[in-house]
Design a protein around this ligand. Sequence first.
Ligand code: ANZ
Ligand code: ZN
Length: 819
Amino acid sequence: MKKYMPREIEPKWQQIWKDRDAYKTGEDPDKPTFYALEMFPYPSGEGLHMGHVRNYSMGDVLARFKRMNGYQVLHPMGADAFGLPAENAAIQRGVNPREWTLANMGKIREEQARLGISYDWDRYVGTCTPEYYRFTQWLFLLFYERGLAYRKKGAVNWCPECATVLANEQVEDGRCWRCDTEVVKKDLEQWYLKITDYADRLLEGLDTLPQWPEKVRAMQRNWIGKSEGTHISFSIPELSDEEVSVFTTRPDTLYGVSYMVLAPEHPLVPRLIKGKPNEGKIRDFMDAMRKETELTRTGSDVEKIGYETGAVARHPLTGEEVPIWVANYVLMDYGTGAVMGVPAHDERDFAFAKKYNLPIRPVIAPEGESTYTSLEEAYTDDGVLVNSGKFDGLANREAITAITEHLGQEDKGGKTVSYRLRDWLISRQRYWGCPIPMVYCDSCGIVPVPKEELPVVLPEDVTFDGRSNPLATSESFVHTTCPSCGGEARRETDTMDTFIDSSWYYLRYIDPHNTEKPFDPEKANRWMPVDDYIGGVEHAVLHLLYSRFVTKVLHDAGMLETDEPFKRLFTLGMVLKDGAKMSKSKGNVVSPMEIIERFGADTARMFILFAAPADGELDWSESGVEGSFRFLNRVWRMVQQHVDTVKAKPAPRIEDGAAKELNRLLHYTVKKVTEDSGERYQFNTAVSAIMELVNGIYAYPEEADRGILAEAVEKTVQMLAPFVPHITEELWQDLGFTSSVHEEPWPSYEEKALVLDEVEIAVQVNGKVRHKAVVPAQADKAAIESMVMNEEKVQGLIEGKTLRKVIVVPGKLVNIVAN
Ligand code: ANZ
Ligand code: ZN
């Protein structure tokens, strides 16, 4: 018998697929489309890791499955190729970032091909190529034209290690998302994209995505952080009644205000402290706060620190004067950067007031109580207003509306909404990124590079010292002429955040060779939104939020019908080894290419898909891999054994018991595998169903009908094809077929074949199982009862007893109560 030799058959079929252009995307307008997408990799020098293999294997099962189900499938791949590691390699090893990256891209592509993933390689996209980044620049200009790209000076997150600014989304717990260094604040003028204009739509859109994990939607909701509240103006007598507006979600507590707090960065602070006793201390405090992060200022266990400015604010309703403080726990970039202090009803204010001996004035009492002598802690529950002038006696929830309306009438405030989401800071002081296509001219100001002149190409004559911005060291790049007046001008030397590159790559795949536009809207509308997007949950707020934003802008610009990019999102679980995340730092990495060398890509794929539910953690196990290899060998032998039977094409005659049973098992398996792999992402249970079918075929008697046997063997190979594409292709050929198994229609099943003829049920007497009875599967309760009660064995069991009750659960049991 021919032996299973993955090392021979895998490269062979990969070559054949390549020669045949087997996975070229179809363009037949009459066929339904399916866009299967996996997050593209960053081309690091290390090549693929098991997480990639898991991600791509799942995407490939879907792509192949959908093709067999008659869909025209777009299944593309590329590389997210700009970014710091290339530049760091350049600094450390003196290599050219472009060459380094292109070499890594080549290596990864080769590894992906060795996994047998069915990509349409003609559509390969690398974000660092001028053909691609030209249109990233084009998109930037589109944002600029639409008033969605602007420059602003402000305190930005700066990573001293990476020597670049970071977006808010790239600061995790006060640290750089890439190198874990503590982030500091720096005052710089930078480019921003106005994602906040889309805050509401980004939020509402989440409700139109039922096929996204709730966890990811919740993360985005929190990140956007919409909060409905009230803004209230307090006037400042010493600044000739200049007003400070506070943002609060609890206007019902307005009469309980005993002080006001400004963020140290609040623009009024310098004027308020001028010449006051605390001026020096507050200036030092302001400097110290600039270095801190949101977390080290507002964390619940962080000590509250504040200083009295010496100025006062006037309460908008009582006219009373309250002191103005500055404190660490109020942030400039939320709400208005100013807070009314209500220690009686807010925990943070309570702690602050206790520490600095500020008055605590209860204005909300629990129902039935009306006064407090003292409070042990802030009272944050609902209640009734007290000490609140004409609002006394009102339920506090109603008072929220009543006081807000009253403030509106008095022109001292009103309803407002605050968001946690900030505009997207996209300037990076690094080389290996997409140049921002802008020019600075002394007479014309900021001038965009005309679209026809794109791309603004990355210069080669730069110096890398790891400290300064390399683009600024290229004379030929910096000096240019103004597109508007032709005079001398200077180019923008910052590059874009790489998350812009990855926020639209799924659109470029649709039309990758277009030299006029990023993509043709007509083509995009045919494929978008992506039907299935698979990747890691770590992208929940970065990439996935940015892509939604960009899609909405393109929709508004009339370039896309859809305004959501990904219809369904699947976040896969991590790959572990010995219970820990597989990672270089833990030294527990299993190399995918080594596994392919030893067992073949099909075994690697089979193990990965079978060993755990797709969204759960996958624990790598050597014995598991060996088990998968053994299973494939078992399939191989089974098919080889029955080659002649299949070739003889016997007509199925499914009258006798064994044939009927195999037929039922076959239909059951087809149904299970269809539903599990096409709809539910339950690849592991799909595979185990196929394993049972293989067992059924092995156990099938020699003398039983050959027709159904041949059919079962054939369909087993077809069903395995999306999971293990090489071995199935070889076996299909051995079975005498000349077509590719991957072009076969997916097997169908009949519900009626799933019905069992007879079932075995337990017969209990007083709750104890005493007998097994076989009854027709279709029999109703009455029929089952009479059949069972008439059995001689059963008669014997209840002899001499009085029958009290018979309970029938069809398909399961009959319980006889008798005593
Ligand atoms: C008075 C008050 C009384 C408040 C009370 C709460 C309870 P969310 O729900 O997160 O939007 N706040 C407003 N701006 C702030 C800033 N820049 N830095 C720190 N804290 C700020 O929270 C809104 C509440 O957070 C606001 O309502 C304000 O405190 C505080 F019994 O105002 B509240
Ligand atoms: Zn000019």
